[in-house]
Design a protein around this ligand. Structure first.
Ligand code: C2E
Ligand code: CA
Ligand code: CA
Length: 451
């Protein structure tokens, strides 16, 4: 056997080798029989010379060596090549259980060994739940290691022509999922620049008192004007920001900017002699922001810097916040105690909306727009909206209906006693300068623009 003493990394112990390549001098029946099972079922004991697995066999488990030494090699007989010798604490056989490809190297006990078995099932769930980018990077490095293994094996057998690792590498680029992941990585890189290069801005959509149609506040909605991509859909980039830590600098920016703008709204109200009228800005806060231990302190510092009052700020949270996120619930409680109102956004879409209402103190219910849009075409939607408004009333909570697009929807909501409305019927989200012009005004209802 030839030895490569410089190869000391356990990752080079596997490769993409077809089943036909299993060397003839390996006895597969012995492989099944050679494993001595200890009374603890996740422990395997091997004698010196036992084959633990062979090239080409399917991989359903990895091993952690507790005691003894294991040799990892490719090829067989005279042409076999030792890749590594592993000892206590080392892991082997792990690549196959990550990507389910057949083993491309063999493993043999050099002396009596005791190994802990890690089953494929134990790892599969964790891999499935990791981000597609992490999965791509892991499988790419496995792929490279396998190509390298095959290359080393060919080196050891002079009559076999050398495979080209570069050719197999190209196969990745054709995979659609790979392209999608690359697009996401590029979007993430652009989004990082967006925060740095000031490409984000806020627009404001009015909220109206449905009894007198007066503008009583605005919801701040984030927009991203990317130089290369144009205006990017908020649902797309906010979801990405929430998956990464980008939501933190973005969230800070949103707070800072909405408090600056709230100051401008307040100045405008003072200017038209309505400085004492109740007015608020709704800010969307993501679950991860609430989980930050210092979120409350940041929020307080921000409002003090801009001299705005907590009572003028509503924090919109989705039901996901209440999914056993203890830190998030603590933050929310602190905010409420300091006078910030908390609105439960997209109400009715979560899978245990009523449960949250029972458990958590909030100040306002925002009925999801999917119900409002079916209000006049579905009796069921109408019954549900009516029931939500009744529940809220009995709990002493005002209701906001979002996504009102037609006068008929508005009339139905008024008749049901909904307090506040928002939607394209009144106005689309507007740049700050235009929103300032609506402060304190009754809003003429514009015919819906289909664009
Ligand atoms: P959301 O909080 O439910 O925001 C309401 C969405 O409904 C906004 O979409 C708004 O433009 C849209 N909308 C309002 N009236 C109507 C209507 O009559 N018809 C229809 N079809 N749509 C209407 P937008 O601005 O695209 O925001 C989408 C989501 O992105 C928001 O849903 C929110 O979850 C998230 N988002 C937006 N801005 C922020 C932000 O500053 N921070 C965070 N964390 N999330 C934000
Ligand atoms: Ca919202
Ligand atoms: Ca909503």
């Amino acid at each position: 056997m030839k030895k490569i003493t410089s190869l000391n990394c356990p990752l080079v112990a596997e490769g993409l080798v077809p089943a036909e390549a299993v060397p003839p001098d390996h006895d597969s029946s012995a492989l099944v029989a050679d494993i001595a099972v200890s009374p603890e079922c996740n422990i395997r004991l091997f004698n010196a010379g036992d084959t633990i697995f062979i090239e080409g066999s399917s991989a359903d488990r990895a091993y952690i060596i507790e005691s003894g030494y294991v040799e990892i090699f490719v090829g067989s007989g005279e042409d076999s090549l030792q890749l590594n010798v592993l000892g206590p604490g080392d892991i082997f056989g792990e690549m196959g259980i990550i990507d389910a490809a057949p083993r491309s190297a063999s493993a043999k006990a050099i002396c009596p060994c005791r190994c802990i078995v890690v089953s494929a099932a134990q790892v599969a769930e964790r891999i499935e739940s990791s981000s597609p980018i992490v999965r791509l990077f892991v499988s790419m490095s496995l792929h490279r290691n396998r190509a390298y293994n095959a290359y080393l094996k060919a080196l050891a057998t002079p009559h076999v022509s050398l495979p080209s690792p570069a050719v197999s590498e190209k196969a990745y680029a054709k995979n659609q999922q790979y392209q999608q992941i690359l697009d996401d990585i590029k979007l993430e890189a652009d989004l990082q620049n967006a925060v740095r290069n000031d490409e984000l801005f806020l627009v404001y959509q009015p909220l109206l008192n449905l009894h007198n149609q007066r503008v009583i506040g605005f919801e701040a909605l984030l927009r991203w004007q990317c130089p290369q991509r144009g205006l990017v859909n908020p649902q797309q980039f906010i979801a990405l920001a929430e998956e990464t830590s980008l939501i933190f600098p973005m969230g800070d920016w949103i707070l800072e900017r909405s408090c600056t703008d709230l100051r401008r709204f307040q100045d405008q109200l003072d200017c038209i002699g309505q400085g004492n009228v109740d007015f608020f800005i709704s800010i969307n806060i993501s679950v991860r922001q609430f989980q930050q231990l210092d979120f409350f302190d940041r929020l307080m510092a921000c409002t003090q810097r801009h001299q705005v009052r907590a009572q003028q700020i509503k924090l919109e949270v989705t039901e996901r916040v209440f999914l056993d996120e203890v830190e998030a619930i603590d933050s929310i409680d602190k905010c409420r105690a300091a006078g910030f109102e908390v609105s439960l956004d997209d109400f009715g879409t979560g899978y245990s909306s009523l449960n949250y209402l029972e458990r958590c103190e909030i100040d306002c219910l925002k009925i999801d727009q999917s119900f409002i849009q079916k209000l006049c075409s579905s009796d069921r939607a109408k019954i549900l909206v009516g029931a939500i408004i009744d529940i809220a009333r009995q709990l002493g909570l005002p209701t906001v209906a979002e996504g009102i697009e037609t006068p008929a929807q508005m009339a139905a909501l008024q008749a049901m006693g909904c307090d506040i409305g928002q939607g394209f019927l009144f106005s689309r989200p507007l740049p700050l300068a235009e929103a300032l012009g609506l402060v304190g005004q009754p809003l003429a209802i514009a015919p819906l623009n289909p664009a």
